[in-house]
Design a protein around this ligand. Sequence first.
Ligand code: NAP
Length: 519
Amino acid sequence: MALNLDSFRNEPHLDFTKPENIRKQREALEKVRKQFGHEYPNLIDGKEVYSREKLYTTNPAHPSEIVGIFQKGLRRDAEQALQAAWRAFEQWSNVPAEERALYLIKAAQEMRRRRMELNAWMISEVGKNYAEADADTCEAIDFLEYYAREAIRYAQPQPVTPVPGERNEYFYIPLGAGVIIPPWNFPLAILTGMASAAIVSGNTVVVKPSSESPMMGWLLADIFRRVGLPEGVLNLVVGSGSEVGDFLVAHPRTRFIAFTGSMEVGLRIHELAAKPQPGQLWIKRTILEMGGKDAIIVDSEADLEAAVQGVVLSAYGYQGQKCSACSRAIVDKAVYADFVHRLKQAVKGLRIGDPAENYEVGPVISARAQESILYYIQIGRQEGRLLVGGNPVGDLDGYYIEPTVFINVPPRARLAQEEIFGPVLAVLKANSFVDAIRIANGTIYGLTGSVYSRNPDKLRLARDKFHVGNLYFNRKCTGALVGGHPFGGFNMSGTDSKAGGPDYLLLFLQGKSVSEKLY
Ligand code: NAP
């Protein structure tokens, strides 16, 4: 089969300043609301499987609304799913790369067709506003299109140095059956990216979506089913991380684990996966993408208006619930007062409300998240000076927290060191540009960062010394694009797997060298 694909291009985001797009998104939301409370099965070996215990997801903007009812899978389901994945692997691993890639291209087409509906589910299940939800769907489409092309590239014969008297080959083969464990904050994009990279490389998977966003897990599994992906290649088991997740990670027949989530859970998976179990034949491969404490440096020579805008977008986009979110603004003392003054005005101007009405700032994901963020706000009151926000939003149903800024936060304060994962920004004062980089590098993380400066020498210095996986100049530190900004962090932010980059599929492959002596 010849699959002629033109070169990869990012899916253009919809412009929601256009009334036409707003209208279409509202209509899709209404349609989706009519399906609230429906029940969805797990998918194991192509079969719909129901459990006795259920898992309910609710709308974080209106917690009494049940978005969907899912099956709370148990170890037995996980075991069956893993076995089904291994059975499917026998055939799937021999399917030519172009044929496997075609399933991804078809899934991308299906997502484009259902784009408004996917956005609407995301708006309802995890509280994204229209643009954030649409960017998530676009990124999912991008991963499918990008990895389809990458799989074909990796399937080509790899160059080897000629050795006289031998015929030598080097090529890549898949790993086997693995487990995909995504977070809820990019519930379609990250799930789609990790799952599609694994299967297009010839592996089979058990997907365990986040308990906060099982609807997106169901939608992806259903999309792949609709485009005819063979049974057992992608199995869906909704269930708790500690029950089903731990079981799958520790299982001797799990060949690899692709995880994105918090540092605590990532490190636990790392440890558990490292311990060989009786009967285990391999060292498990782990791909672990974790948290961040991302900083934007505002230099004395920065365009301050642009810097304020970049910090606000990065800190409060999706309520700060992005691994790439700016949670520290490190500002040169020469412009500190001016920056703080402008920042205050900008943050006060943010509109808070129901994401279904497309407000800029919506609710955080859950009551537990709200509680944890409010706990950090209490700590912040002791460690810095509260400039804006600091409270839950009392007159709104849902888990809202005001966009919050603390100033004069010392670099070693907990507020400046620990991932909060909410709309809380710490502003730190630096004595110089070099001092700002030192502060920026002074956490255990190393995911994203940004520098606002007009001075090219300082940007060059930051290029070399600011130790993060994704560094941006004179723009926000969120919004990495597949292909353009391969994404993944250093240090405790993860294994630097660089999703959406040219090295990513290698993580799901192993190289085989074959050498034949010529007579
Ligand atoms: P999380 O609590 O670590 O959960 C992530 C996934 O792990 C969920 O599916 C969860 O399932 C599962 N899980 C929990 N305990 C487990 C266990 N013992 N064994 C196996 N799986 C387990 O993270 P989250 O709250 O969903 O996501 C937010 C975090 O993700 C933040 O720290 C953020 O920075 C990080 N993140 C990083 C990146 C990146 O690219 N570096 C991107 C996005 C997000 P349950 O939901 O059932 O508990």
